[in-house]
Design a protein around this ligand. Sequence first.
Ligand code: SAM
Length: 400
Amino acid sequence: MFARAHLVVALQLVQGYTGDIPFVHHLKQYFSTHKKHGSRDRKQIAQLCYCWFRLGHALKHLEPADRMIAGLFLCSKDPNGLLQSLHEEWNEKTTLPTEAKLALIDPENSLSLAAFASALFPLQSALSAGIDATAFACSHLEQPDLFIRIRPAYLESVQKKLSKAGVPFIMETIDGCRLPNGFKVEELFRLNQELVVQDLNSQRAGAMVEEIVGSLRQQEDLAIWDACAASGGKSIFVFDRLPGARLTVSDIRSSILQNLYQRFRQAGLYSYYGFVADLSDPAKAGEEYRKLALQQLILADLPCTGSGTWSRTPEQLCFFDPGAIDNYAALQKKILSLLIPKLADGGYLLYITCSVFSKENEANINWLLETYPLQCLKMQTLNGYSEKADSMFAALLQKL
Ligand SMILES: C[S@@+](CC[C@H](N)C(=O)[O-])C[C@H]1O[C@@H](n2cnc3c(N)ncnc32)[C@H](O)[C@@H]1O
């Protein structure tokens, strides 16, 4: 009975949402004005809403309530109480593969997996090379895992604490660790000091600097600039590998740099220079940009569609405007054209996006290679869809 009531509320919530703010804020606003919902109600309502968004543009021919229950079925990997109440027969079949579930949901249309996937995520032709469009689209049915990067001095102690607390974890790389979703890291650890919360492929993108760490360590006065630093995830990563470097950080948003300064203090990173700059336009970049010396390494983790991370914000599947791809690609080129003049001869540029679209990825690298004296040392799409992680793109270039 409660499940049906939750379904009605969830339908009202998704149908009243216009995509103007992140859905998590929309939910919070609703729950703060509707105090009658207890924590279990809130959880179930939120779960139903997210299952709806995870369908993207698929199964739109179904009645809204049926579509939401179908979404719950497709997103459920194990039997659960909510599905039991809403569609008992399906609850015994949650372990079936997606294609078999589709046949149960809509026996008359018997949708193939590929047709379902291209309805869920229609922008398949825009994807970067090497991405399996069907697997990528279907990965949105699942919430990715939580990943941490353990700081060098805490590698052993963090693993010991996790074991002692009985938290199941998997070391995916030397310092990158997979944790169950929803685990509250901050309750057990000092964030940024002992570990950094960072997606697996974001760590792998940063790890492309491993290729050049040896050559960079030999530089006497090593200057590194994290040009779009946000709250400094990549900066801390690089600092852990090259602690002696002269680090500069910048971002267009002063508020996010305030977060970075706090995070750096927690991380024990005190020696750096930070400034606010809009790097999309030479006229707006400001004095600090102009005075900035040549750099041996520039991190260009640029603003992008974020399309490799939509499993965490699946409402984007429904509200994303495809015109934004061209806008971001143009912005990325503008920013890159301000970064290259600050690169020393022989210096490196690490280009990163959390986008899956070729225009933001390999097309921009091709443009860089055609426009500037650069060579590409490595270029990778970091596909997270088969391992419950985000998808990213990274390329390491060197100035000739
Ligand atoms: C993908 S995020 C960087 C994430 C960060 N490297 C990390 O690992 O946490 C991109 C950043 O670019 C910044 N940005 C957007 N437009 C910009 C511009 N015109 N100039 C400089 N920074 C900009 C955004 O504020 C955002 O913080």
